[in-house]
Design a protein around this ligand. Structure first.
Ligand code: CP
Ligand code: NVA
Length: 318
């Protein structure tokens, strides 16, 4: 993996994604190991988490390493202490960092100053670990990624952006239906279009979300109000009021289509509980796959390094 950080899906190439998916599938069938013995992962979180924290902590422990969680109330990245100093100190203590930040600039800056790998555990712009686990889930459920059509209904947010980039890398088609003013940022769209030109993925902005699901193999949605957007909740609820994945909408998709959501969900807003708990739902497979995919990722970033501090750029990834 280029650069030994995972800040954006755009840091990866298609073969990196396939390598992670294949290794995650192997790891899924294996028990615990000691491959990361003596190594420690710091989890530096400015926002709450269930899945990201738990799956990274479990991943480290199942690979023989350890982890230290630094909660939003601690550290004070950029307020109590500069981002640069936090990165330089962490680099003297631990072997890698997962950072969940309000701003993408913070995780980028941590990576700039750190001499250890930095993983984006969700920012305002991307959620790359989620997208990678989602591709693993789609591959397991549908048996392929190339040519699969993902319909994303709702906010062009961090989850949508990473999923679009990941889909366009591996040749999956991506149809997104978002209200005006809530589209995926143009910079991400343009990066995705350049990946799509190589992979033959088709990216379409659907004017009507009902049309977007007609040819979908995957119907995907996420919350209307992401962490950090709480002040916009009234206007967002108004803008997204019709953008709900319910049984009626899912019935417009082909019979074998699956429903996906990164969780946490707000039932009655972007999705009904009936759909989330229904036979087409893959939401808990997605949550489980965070663990397996991240074990593969940590092994790529760390397993070939010698215990102790790792220089970025050292160690092979294969
Ligand atoms: N999907 C996801 O990242 O969940 P958490 O916010 O609970 O980590
Ligand atoms: N878009 C959501 C995803 C949570 C996993 C958020 O940023 O809050």
């Amino acid at each position: 993996m280029r650069g030994k950080d995972l800040l954006s899906i755009a840091d990866l190439e298609a073969e990196d994604v396939w390598h992670l998916i294949r290794n995650a599938q192997v790891l899924k069938g294996e028990g615990a190991s000691n491959v990361l013995a003596g190594m420690c992962l710091a989890l530096l979180f400015e926002k709450p988490s269930l899945r990201t924290r738990l799956s990274f902590e479990l991943a480290m422990s199942q690979l023989g390493g350890s982890s230290i969680y630094l909660s939003p109330q601690e550290v004070g990245v950029g307020s109590r202490e500069s981002v640069a100093d936090v990165a330089l100190v962490l680099s003297r203590y631990v072997d890698a960092v997962v950072a969940r930040t309000f701003r993408q600039a913070t995780v980028d800056s941590l990576a700039h100053y750190a001499s250890i790998p930095v993983i984006n555990g969700l920012s305002d712009v991307e959620h790359p670990c989620q997208a990678l686990a989602d591709l693993l889930t789609i591959y397991e459920k549908l048996g392929q990624l190339e040519g699969v059509t993902i319909a994303f209904i709702g906010d062009g947010n961090n989850v949508a952006s990473s999923l679009l980039l990941a889909a366009s890398l591996v040749g999956a088609h991506f149809h997104i239906a978002s209200p005006i003013g809530y589209a995926i940022p143009e910079g991400i769209m343009s990066q995705a279009r350049s990946f799509a030109a190589k992979s033959h993925s088709r990216i379409e902005k659907a004017g009507d979300f009902r049309v977007a699901v007609h040819s979908a193999d995957v119907v995907y949605t996420d919350v209307w109000i992401s962490m950090g957007q709480e002040e916009e909740k009234e206007e967002r609820r108004a803008a997204f009021a019709n953008y709900q994945v319910n049984a009626h909408l899912l019935a417009q998709a082909p019979k074998g289509a699956i429903f996906m959501h990164p969780l946490p969900a707000h039932y009655g807003e972007e999705v009904t509980e009936e759909v989330a708990r229904g036979p087409q739902s893959a939401i808990f497979d997605q949550a489980e796959n965070r663990l397996h995919l991240q074990k593969a990722l940590l092994m790529d970033l760390l397993a070939n390094a010698k215990p102790g501090r790792m220089e970025k750029g050292n160690g092979s990834v294969d």
